[in-house]
Design a binder for this molecule. Structure first.
Ligand code: GLC
Ligand code: CA
Length: 556
């Protein structure tokens, strides 16, 4: 079946637990989602990506699945999901699900069976290896670290073997080399596609094929030392082709998450007639203020961000398609990182223009359109995320408490997981009762209700941007070109199509900034399409975090 044109679309990401509580128990759910579908459609997006809503012990909030064919009781029922799906479709919103198949929960029935013995139908569903013995001492099969929780191996006395977990202990990695596991994946895909779902965001999909020997990684490299042996592995393309065939039967779209996959490798998945993925969630643009992970922080560098943007734009120009994003449930809030909490509205709107007009399909994460910012909780006990908690306890242990917490404030994924701020009422209008997780105390200033009524709000700016993008062939299809790549505070990019050129000008400075049009441009004939200040802009001068979108047409 032919695929729908995802290139014209914009997606809204829901991390359900903190989105909207519809039944009043303090936890976001599908009843809340149902009630907010009109709001989502009003943004001008065309689709929803649901982070996992399946049954899960929540060791990694949904990314540890214990049943692939059901809905977590906290969030509703399959019936309620169908209602959401139908209503979303009737509003013109596509729905894509998170497909998490690198690992399951250790409470998934497959794993419960698999761990029992070396000889049962599920024995080879996971990656089991014998211990390494050093005299009497039992050691794990290799020296890999997990991403979330110490070593990547956990011992199981019943089998006298270790299982591999690239993420948390409660997330055992599936053995994708087992054809039966791949058949399970395809059948899970069909289950949701048959129900009418429009595609998948595929969780750490580039990790599913492991190096057959599982060799040792560099011993001194924490967290990622095994990565060269499980990322972009030898059979990845083969397996992705199998899944692709199922998706294409239904015309479904596939967006692969690919931490640390370089653009050179990414083009293999994303281009050509028999490409295996439609878009990729790359991580390069998330590293403009850090090295590899947000926990290794450095001051924000605009040139670094621009290099990442432009690298992906150029690599896929004409041959592939980008997924554009600045936020999701895995990263702190972007205003607190790349913008300025002091110039909250200005930087929140500017950041929208900085990415929404690039060539690709934009993704907007819940609360991003409101300009939600990082939370700063007073102690580690108040945090919920397994990665945050383990990182806190494993590193920088000799540093003073306040310093360690500061790293958490900068880096924690939990900043993206506080309840969405719907209004200035108690609990930010998220729930009538105390929510499952802390509400950011700034909800009286930052909330949807307040921003609805303000034409200059971040919320309404997102709407304007999405409308502009959708109505413009130049913004949808035009070529991308960057100017002044080394400028430390100015990001200027051009989209050109036929006789039209559009310049998106973004100041990343809290001070006034003078600038000049790039060579070949003149102010005569320019039209201002969008600006994040109400008072008219001055030529050659940008106010703090100002953005201007300017248009030229030689054949108006
Ligand atoms: C992806 C998800 C993240 C999860 C991890 C393990 O990176 O986005 O939230 O913790 O995979 O499933
Ligand atoms: Ca609820």
């Amino acid at each position: 079946m032919e695929q729908f044109d995802y290139r014209r679309m914009a997606f809204y990401q829901i991390w359900i637990r903190s989105f909207a509580d519809g039944n009043g128990d303090g936890i976001g759910d599908l009843y809340g989602v149902y009630d907010k579908l009109d709001y989502i459609a009003s943004l001008g997006v065309d689709g929803i990506w649901f982070s996992p809503i399946y049954p899960s012990p929540n060791a990694d909030y949904g990314y540890d699945i214990s049943d692939y064919r059901n809905i977590h009781p906290d969030y509703g029922t399959l019936e309620q999901f169908r209602r959401v799906l139908d209503r979303a479709h009737s509003l013109g919103l596509r729905v894509i699900m998170d497909l998490v198949i690198n690992h399951t929960s250790d409470e998934h029935p497959w794993f419960l069976e698999s761990r029992k013995s070396r000889a049962n139908p599920y024995s080879d569903y996971y990656i089991w290896r014998d211990p390494k013995w050093k005299g009497e001492t039992r050691l794990p099969p290799n020296n890999w670290f997990s991403q979330f929780e110490g070593l990547a191996w956990e011992y199981c006395p019943e089998r006298v073997q270790y299982y591999l977990h690239v993420f948390a202990k409660k997330q055992p990695d599936l053995n994708m080399d087992n054809p039966r596991v791949r058949e399970e994946v395809k059948s899970i895909m069909r289950f949701w596609l048959d129900m009418g779902v429009d595609g998948f965001r595929e969780d750490v999909i580039t990790f599913i094929s492991k190096h057959p020997q599982l060799p040792d990684g560099l011993p001194f490299l924490p967290v990622i030392n095994g990565m060269p042996f499980y990322k972009d592995g030898p059979n990845l393309m083969t397996y992705l082709r199998e899944f692709r065939a199922v998706a294409l039967e239904y015309g479904a779209v596939q967006i692969g998450e690919a931490p640390m996959t370089p653009v050179k490798t990414a083009v293999n998945y994303l281009t050509g007639k028999d490409r295996v993925l439609d878009m990729m969630i790359q991580f390069d643009t998330m590293m403009a203020d850090c090295f590899m992970t947000e926990y290794i922080h450095h001051p924000f560098s605009l040139p670094k961000l621009k290099r990442a943007f432009t690298k992906w734009q150029n690599a896929l120009a004409g041959t592939g398609w980008n997924a554009l994003y600045l936020e999701n449930h895995d990263h702190p809030r972007v205003i607190s990182r790349y913008g300025s909490e002091q110039f909250w509205r200005e930087s929140g709107t500017m950041l929208a223009a900085a990415y929404l007009f690039q060539r690709g399909t934009p993704f907007i994460y819940q609360g991003q359109e409101l300009g939600m910012t990082n939370i700063r909780l007073g102690s580690i006990e108040e945090y919920q995320d397994v990665a945050t908690i383990n990182t806190y306890h494993s590193f920088r242990r000799r540093q003073p408490e306040q310093k360690r917490l500061k790293h958490v404030h900068i880096a924690s994924r939990d900043s993206a997981r506080t309840p969405v701020q719907w209004s200035g009422e108690e609990n930010a209008g998220f729930s009538p009762v105390k929510p499952w997780f802390a509400v950011n105390p700034n909800y009286r200033e930052i909330n949807a209700e307040k921003e609805e009524g303000d034409p200059e709000s971040i919320l309404n700016f997102y709407r304007r941007c999405l409308r502009l993008r959708k109505g413009s062939d130049t913004l949808l299809w035009g070529d991308y070109r960057e100017y002044f790549p080394l400028h430390p505070q100015l990001y200027v990019y051009e989209r050109s199509y036929g006789t039209e050129r559009i310049l998106v000008v973004c100041s990343f400075s809290g001070k006034e900034l003078s600038w000049q049009l790039p060579g070949g441009y003149a102010w005569e004939g320019s039209a201002l399409l969008l600006c994040n200040y109400r008072e008219a802009p001055r030529r050659g001068l940008l106010r703090p975090y100002e953005t201007q979108v300017l248009r030229w047409n030689t054949n108006p």
